[in-house]
Design a protein around this ligand. Sequence first.
Ligand code: CMC
Length: 433
Amino acid sequence: MSTVTIIDDETGKKVQMPLLTPTSGPKTIDISMLYKELGYFTYDPGFMSTASCSSAITFLDGEQGILQYRGYPIEQLAEHSNYLEVCYLLLNNKLPNRLELTEFEVDITNHTMLHEALKSFFSGFRRDAHPMAIMVGVVGALAAFYHDHMDIKNPEHRKITAHRLLAKMPTIAAWSYRFATGKPFVYPRNDLNYTENFLHMMFSMPSNDYKPSSLLAKALDLILILHADHEQNASTSTVRLAGSSDANPFAAVAAGVATLWGPAHGGANEAVIRMLIDINESGKPLQLFIDRAKDKNDDFRLMGFGHRVYKNHDPRATLIREICHKLLNEMETTGEQQKMLETAMALEKVALEDEYFITRNLYPNVDFYSGIIFLAMGIPMNMFTVMFAMARTVGWVAQWNEMISEPGYKIGRPRQLYTGPIDLKYDSIDKRS
Ligand code: CMC
C-alpha cells in the first residue's frame, strides 16, 4: 500500500499515512490516525481538500466536466433513460430489468398519497409562506406519520422509507404551490407517470382538467435526471451528518431540504431569474452588471456562474442548455420569456469572453438554465428550489442508505481550530464594564 509520510518539523517524528486510491479521481490521504499519532487536527474550512466519506454512487471530475451515476455517464442517462429508472439505479446500484422497473414504478405509484392529516400542516402555514419553508416543515413532519417501518438497521425498512420519500415528494411539492396560491389540493393519479402526475397535481383544477403535455413532461423528466445526485454537496453532506446520529431519515432529509434552500446552493436558479428580471427592468447595459460582478467592493455576483467543483464546464449545463433551446423553440413562449432567454444568452456570451471569468473558470452552471425552463413551464419562481429538492431526494436517500449500510459507521463529529479566549475569570454582574 502506498503511503504519505508526514514529518513534524517541531519534534522530527515521522508518521506514514495510507494513500487510498479511488476508482477514479485524486488519491486520498487517510489521516484518521493523525490525532492519535501526532496530536494534530487538520484544518480545511469549506472542505476544499477533504473527502468526507467513501461512496460508490456518483463520480464527478470537475476539471474535465464529468458526471456519472453508478458509473453511467450523465449524457447516456439523459439520452436513453428516464427519472424513475435513474432512481432505481442510484438506489440499487444496477439498471433494472423490465420486471424490476415495472415493480419499482408500481411501488412508487402506490406511495404517492399523503396521510390525510398532513393536509392540516399545509393550512397551518401563512398564505405567503415560501414553498421551501412549507417543504422543510412537511418533510420533517413525515417522521411523525410513518413510524411503522423505521428500524433504520433493517434494509427492507430503509427501502420502504426511500420509496415513500421518492413517491411523496412530488405531492408535497405540488401541494406547497397549491396552498401558496389558494388553490385546492389535487390528489395524485395512478394512470399518469411520475412527471405527468406532478404536472397534474400542480395545474389541474376541479373546473378544468389539465392534460400534461408530453413535451413538458419529458423536459421535466430530464431536469430531474440531471439533478438526481451530485456526490457530497452541502445538502447531501447535511443529510449524511444528520443521519449519522441515527436520526429519523425524514428529519435528516428535511435538513437537506433546508440546506438546499440557500442561494449559493439550490436557491441559485431562483436567483438567476431575479437577476435577469432586474437586468431587463433596469434598462441599463449588460456590461454594467458584468463590471459589478467583477468589483470586489460590490457583493453582486453573476448568479448561475461558477461552481465549487466544476472548473471547466458543468456537463449538466451543456445538456440543459439544449433542452432550454428546444423547449422555447417548440412551445409558445411569452415575450417576457423570450426577452429573458436573450438576456441570458447575451450574459453567457459576454461572461465567457471576459478575462475575469475565463481566468477564474467561471462557467454557467445548471441553475443558469433550469430557471428559464421552469418559467416556460408555468412554474413560479419561488417553486424552483422545490423542484430541485424533489429531484435530489433520491440522491439524499441513496447516500443516507449507503452510509447506514456500512458496517461500523460513526457519528459525524468534526473538530475545530479554537480561536477564542481561555481560562477567563467569572466576574459578578456589578463588576463588569
Ligand atoms: N460572479 C462573480 N465572481 C465570482 C462568481 C460569480 N458568480 N463566482 C465566483 N466568483 C469569483 C470570486 O469572487 C473569487 O474571485 P477572487 O479569486 O478574485 O477572490 C473566485 O471567483 C473564486 O470564487 P469562490 O467564491 O472562491 O468559489 P467557490 O468555489 O467558493 O464558490 C459558488 C462557488 C458556486 C458558491 C460561487 O461561484 C457562486 O457564488 N456562484 C453564484 C451562485 C450559484 O450560481 N450557485 C449555484 C451553484 S451550482 C448548483 C449546485 O450544485 O448546488
